[in-house]
Every structure is written in C-alpha cells, then in structure tokens.
Design a binder for this molecule. Structure first.
Ligand SMILES: *Cc1c(COP(=O)(O)O)cnc(C)c1O
Length: 404
C-alpha cells in the first residue's frame, strides 16, 4: 500500500473562500484595494478587538511595528531567543541589533524574571533597548501581564509576535492584544492561511493607519505621485483577503481541531515514559497550533533526532522545536541573557503532524509509529478527547462560533 507523506501542517480550506475569491474576479478588484480587504480587516478587528491592517506577511508586520516604535540603526531590541527567525530578522532590516532573552519552561516563551533582570542591568548602565519582542510560541501565550508591567516600568514599547497563536487567549483576552502592537501571520502552515499574509493590530489607531500608509509605498493623497516618507510594497491583495475571510469564519473550529489532535497524541502516549507534552499554562487557551513533545532519550530509548528519522522512514514529517537564535550563525556574537532553557527545549523538542485536516487513520498511524519505536503495543484507534478550557473559545468569538 502506498500512502501519502503526512506533513507537519498543511492549509485547510473551509470551502467558502472560493466564493470571496470569485467575487474579487467578478468585480475585477484583483489588486491591493477592494471590498475583501476592508471586510477582512473589519472582521479581524471584531475578532481580536483592536484596529487591524492587512499586510503581505507577518514578517512585514514586524518590520512596520519596529519602525512605528522608532527603531533606528545602532539601537538594540530585546527579542525572545527561542523562536522562528522571522521574529528577529526585521530588527536587522532597520540596522538595529537583537539581544536575545531566554524562555521559561512553563510557557516556552520569554521569562519575565529574566527580562526584569536584564532591563534592571541595562538601566543601571543607561543602555536600555528601543523595544522588546515577545513571542506566543506554538499557539501558547507568554505570561503577558508581568512582561507588560516590566516594559511599562522602563517605558519600552512591547511587540507581541502572535504569528503562531491566532485563536489563543491569555486571561480572557485574545492573543496578539497584549503588546503596544501585535502581529499575526497567515502563512501556509499557520492555523488559518491566505497562502501568505499578515496582520498588524494596535489600540493606537494612528499607528495602524500609519502602517497602512507605509505598506502602500507611502503615497500622499492626490493624483500626483507625491512621497514624503519611505514606504514599502507590503499590502495584502484583495484576492487573498477573500481567502482570509473564508478562513476566519472557521477559526474557532480550527482551534478545536488542533487541540483535539494534540490531546489525542497525549492520550496515545500516556503509557510511554520519556515523552512529555508541551506544558499548557493555566493563564489561557493554548491552540496547540503544532503538537509539541519533549523526548528524554535516556528513558524513551531514542534521541529526538532518531525519532525524526524513524518517522521520516515511515513517510511522516516531523521537526525539531525552533533552534534558538543565539545558536544561529546569522546572529553570532549578539548579546544574550540566558539561553540554556531554549537550548534544552531545542535538543529535546519535537513537533508532530498537527494539521486540522489530519484524518483519524493518519493520526493513529503516526501515534503507532511512535508507540512501536518506544516498544509498546499499537492502538487500534485514537481517543479524540475534548479537553477542558473549551469555554474560553466562546470569548469574543460571537457570531463566528455560531456558524459552526
Ligand atoms: C510564521 C512566523 C512569522 C512570520 O510570518 P510570515 O507571515 O511567514 O512572514 C513570524 N514569527 C513567528 C514566530 C512565526 O512562526
């Protein structure tokens, strides 16, 4: 029997996307202006509760956010060490330098105590960073309240990179709303996709408007091509915003599906020692965008890399947890605070196939390849549990949830 390779995280269309795309064709609004863009922004605003601007990528959103904060050549920006490189790259686009801050084991995100120590030390030598970037890794929010308080104490703007956490919550509020600016990504592997795209949100509407202006080459109003500021070609197209509208309608369902995938793995591994589930902090809803586990090789019997190879031979894609930025050649020589937690999560962490469209058969197959590697008997099928916290889903998700 030949089976298709089971991938880590694939796009999952709802079906209604094509209708919005067809409307764009029919009306010939195919560029970066049109009804889908305005509607997508309005619907997204209603979902997260903050003014929003639709952009060509999450990376573009981070670039614009740092410029809104006034990051300049020679500045330093404190940045979560354990993340995807797109979090840190825009710091360099602006000629600034990243300083990496380690994570805590509770959330896998920036350690508030370490940030407090780092800023206290920098304040004492009068070298505070221009901004701080915190990430909500794999669908789980950082511990935002203390992080926010520390940044306010020193009057440093905070960016929340919620590219991986759309649909997640922290203390009842949406992911992406805890910084002075928040950003999201609609890349093909994220929980919902526009094939490629991003969103910038902020309570400061002037900033959102400014980002929109810069994203369309900073062209001044009027018929002539007048420019007073440096701009970019960073706007989302009306065609892709149509895909986003259809996707946003099923976001609450996608969150439930991703969580069900993750918790079914946990269930399937309950009798295996040496494999542990990513912690689920009790401060909010973790979407489990990717299902992440830690492998203790001495107990499990294989290293993380051996398990990746075993899965690969069985036609299953899996990946290590993100490689910390301080281990990247690109950022060699950058300053940092801590790093050991991120290093160990990277050494032991594995991301398993997590698509919301994963079939029960494929899911059982993946779990059984891992059970076999651990030397325990295979299961005939997985238990799909719906686990606690689901009431959080109702929060702010008003009409969208009704569509389910
Ligand atoms: C995906 C991702 C981004 C970048 O988003 P793009 O839309 O791909 O540019 C930024 N930060 C994190 C943590 C991501 O996972």
């Amino acid at each position: 029997m030949t089976r298709h390779r089971i991938l880590l995280s694939v796009p999952h269309m709802a079906g209604s996307e094509i209708r919005y795309v067809q409307e764009a064709f029919a009306s010939n609004w195919l560029s970066t202006v049109g009804p889908n863009i305005s509607a997508f922004e309005a619907e997204f605003e209603a979902f997260v509760g903050l003014p929003a601007v639709a952009l060509s990528s999450g990376t573009a959103a981070i670039h614009l956010a740092l410029r809104l904060f006034g990051v300049q050549p020679g500045d330093e920006v404190f940045c979560q060490d354990l993340t995807f490189v797109a979090t840190a790259n825009p710091i360099r686009y602006l000629g600034a330098e990243p300083v990496f801050i380690d994570s805590d084991r509770k959330t896998w995100n920036m350690d508030p105590d370490l940030l407090a120590d780092a800023l206290r030390e920098r304040a004492s030598v009068n070298r505070l960073p221009r901004a701080v970037i915190v990430v909500d890794l794999f669908g789980q929010c950082a511990d935002h309240q203390p992080l926010q308080e520390i940044c306010r104490r020193y009057n440093i703007p905070l960016l929340e990179d919620a590219a991986e956490a759309l649909g997640g919550t922290y203390r009842g509020g949406s992911a992406g709303t805890w910084g002075d600016i928040g950003i999201f990504s609609f890349n093909g592997n994220k929980i919902i996709t526009t094939t490629g795209g991003g969103m910038l949100v902020s309570a400061n509407k002037d900033w959102v408007d400014k980002a929109r202006f810069w994203s369309t080459q900073a062209r001044c109003p009027g018929v002539a091509y007048d420019h007073a500021e440096l701009g970019y070609n960073y706007r989302m197209s009306n065609l892709l915003a149509g895909v986003g509208r259809g996707q946003l309608e099923v976001l609450p369902l996608r969150v439930k599906q991703r969580r069900a995938v993750a918790f079914a793995y946990r269930e399937a591994f309950h009798d295996i020692s040496g494999i542990s589930f990513m912690p689920q902090a009790d401060h909010g809803l973790h979407t489990n965008w990717l299902s992440c586990f830690l492998i203790d090789e001495r107990i499990f019997g294989h290293t993380r890399d051996e398990l990746i190879r075993i899965l690969d031979r069985a036609g299953i894609e899996s990946r290590p947890v993100w490689k910390p930025m301080h281990l990247q050649k690109l950022f060699q020589g950058c300053s940092r605070y801590g790093g050991a937690v991120g290093e160990s999560l990277f050494a032991e962490g594995i991301c398993l196939p997590s698509s919301s469209s994963l079939t029960p058969e494929a899911h059982t197959y993946v779990a059984n390849v891992i059970r076999e590697a651990a030397g325990v008997p295979k299961l005939s099928s997985l238990t799909m549990t719906t686990v606690g916290q689901e009431s959080h889903l109702e929060h702010r998700q008003y009409a969208l949830a009704k569509a389910l």
